[in-house]
Structures are given as structure tokens and as C-alpha cells.
Ligand binder design. Sequence first.
Ligand code: PLP
Length: 377
Amino acid sequence: MIYLDNSATTKPSKECIEAMNDALAMNFGNPSSLYRIGLDAEKIVKHAREIIAKSIGADPGEIYFTSCGTESDNTAIYGAWNARKKQGKRIITTAVEHPAVLRCFEKLANEGADVKYIPVLPDGNLDMEAFRSLLSDDTVFVSVMHVNNETGAVFPIEEIAKELKKYPDVIFHSDCVQSYGKLPIDVKSLGVDMISISGHKVHAAKGIGAIYLRSGLHIQPYVFGGGQESGFRSGTENVPGIAGFGAAVENMHMVKPDVKEYLKKRLLEEIEDIQINSPENGAPSVLNVSFIGCRGEVLLHMLEQDGIYVSTGSACSSHKKGSHVLTAQGLKPEAIEGAVRFSFSFDNTAEEIDTVVEKLKQYVGMQRRLRKAAKRS
Ligand code: PLP
């Protein structure tokens, strides 16, 4: 198997699996229970919280476990809106966020929020001039993703945070689901109030995520109940998921840019009529390429026959037509139709890329010939 869809999900690491097995088999206690096996489970949760806090330069008390990146985003967005809606109505995000953010903003627009979307430039980078023009005294919340899941574009979180210093009541959230484990993150130097992260994007299991909430910032919980996670996220803790998340993060390796750069170079040199949709200064984890005259979905299935896994967009939007991200970037319909996303992990190799390029040359040529023949007949 050659797995190049690491933005959709990643393979759980052996350390994650071991930690989850141990937690399931030997530590089934409820962390809220007062007897020993409860305390043992609580210790596992505490240890994982410390590891995750350290990995982003936060204090353990600023980390709250959730069920996934989507829940973290929802928690941040509704919480910030409820905390600030009396002070102002404007909330700002980007046109290219993940649906976990976009759907929340749409819902808040129905509840009276004045929602503004920051556009992207044709190269995929954020239009910072447009961002500045959207800021107003009525602005109470800004949510900007760190790395875009479809193109790997890196948005200037520190610069945005600096700009927001002029508006001290604004809460600033960043969806870091695709940057965590790919780029170094330090919440204090990023200048954010909240970030969302997700376990299954960093070689942990699905169904575990976390939110960083800056100490001193108070927002309403999203899930109410027994008061776990210091009352901020109720629900009995997913101890095996948390244990695995901690173990995966403790053994996390950053993705290096060489594999992406090697694929890009070979594609540009060896396959004509392609278009790179990822910005030059994008994250090392994603390369989005349009093979003009092909359908990305057909290429995906052809490669699948050889055990090569890629994607046409984000996994969550793959059942929908088109891509809101590539559309926002101004791509022509044929470039959107021919787009393929390759996304990398620390363990992908140049040898894997060699195989992928050879197969692509074959399948792109095949599709283009078939299309030409179909047009002639
Ligand atoms: N945000 C971004 C940028 C993502 O790429 C994803 C998942 O692809 C999510 C949020 C949702 O994360 P989860 O799958 O953990 O709910």
C-alpha cells in the first residue's frame, strides 16, 4: 500500500495502539471514580493532557479533550459567539474553512450574526488586505484555519493575531487540525485564544480531539452533563482514545518537505498540462495538482487498483460536487474536475513517489487519449 491521503486520516502508530490496548485491557476504570482503578484511569488522562499541552506550548489546564476536531471547532465557535454576542455582531472566518467551521458560521448567520468571509488569492494564500478591511469595532470573533486541508496553504495566524491586538475583546480561534504535527505550533507565539486539534490526523485513533482554551478566557461549554474536563466538556472521558492520543503525540515526527517537493518536481517535469494548486509557501503535508483533461475521481480509482491512495479533495467533501476551496481560489471547472490531493506523512518515501509518478503517467495518458477519441467520435 502507498498511502498518500494523510490529510483524510493517518495510520495509528504502534505506540498509540499499545497505549490504547493497555488502557482497554488493564485500565477500564472511570476517571471520576474514587477508588484505585478510577484513579489509575485519571492518571492516564492527566499524563496525556501534559504531553499534548507541552506539544503546543500550553499549560495542561488549558487542554480539554473532545470527541474530534469537529466538536472542538463547534465548541470554540458557539462558545465564543455566546460569550460575546451582546458586545458585537460581526464574526469573521475564511471562505475556505473546513465544513466543521463553515456550517457553524452559516448557523450563526441565521441567529443574527453578521458573518464575513475572508477570500483567498489565486495562489491559495489568504487575502490579508481583505481581512483588514473586514475588521470593525463590531467584530467579536475571528476563526482562521492554520493550514488548509485541500491545498496545504498556511495562513498567517501570528500576523492576524497582531492585527487583532487593536480589538482586545475579539476572541481568536484557529482550526489547527491540519497543522498539528505538520508545522511546529506554539499557542503563545501564535497569539491565539483557542485552537482545535484532532487525534486521527496525527497517528492516533478516530473519535478523539482536543481544544486549547487560553487560561483566563471563559466561554460556555458545548456539551453539558456530569462536569468532566473541569466542567467544560461533560461526558465520561474516552480513556483509551486519550491514552493513544498522548502516546501518538509523544512519538510524533514532523512531516518533512522533501517528499512533496520531489513529487512536485517530477510531475512538473514529466507530465504536461498540469497545474499546481498549492501555494509555493504551503505546508509540507499537502500537494494539490490538477491534471487537465482528466477526472480526478477516475484517477483516484485507477490508482486504487495498484494500492495507491489519494484524494480528490477533503474526505468530508468528497461526496459533494466540486470543491469550495478550489472554487474560491478561482480555478476553472476543468481544473477543479482534474484535481487530485496528495497528502503526506513523515514515513512516505521517494521510492513510493517514483511508483506513483510512473502510474500517473500511464493513467493520465490513458484518460486523455480516451477523452480525445470520445470527442472525435
Ligand atoms: N478541520 C479541518 C481543517 C479538517 O481537515 C478536519 C478533518 O478533515 C476537521 C476539522 C474535522 O476533524 P475530525 O475529523 O476530527 O472531526
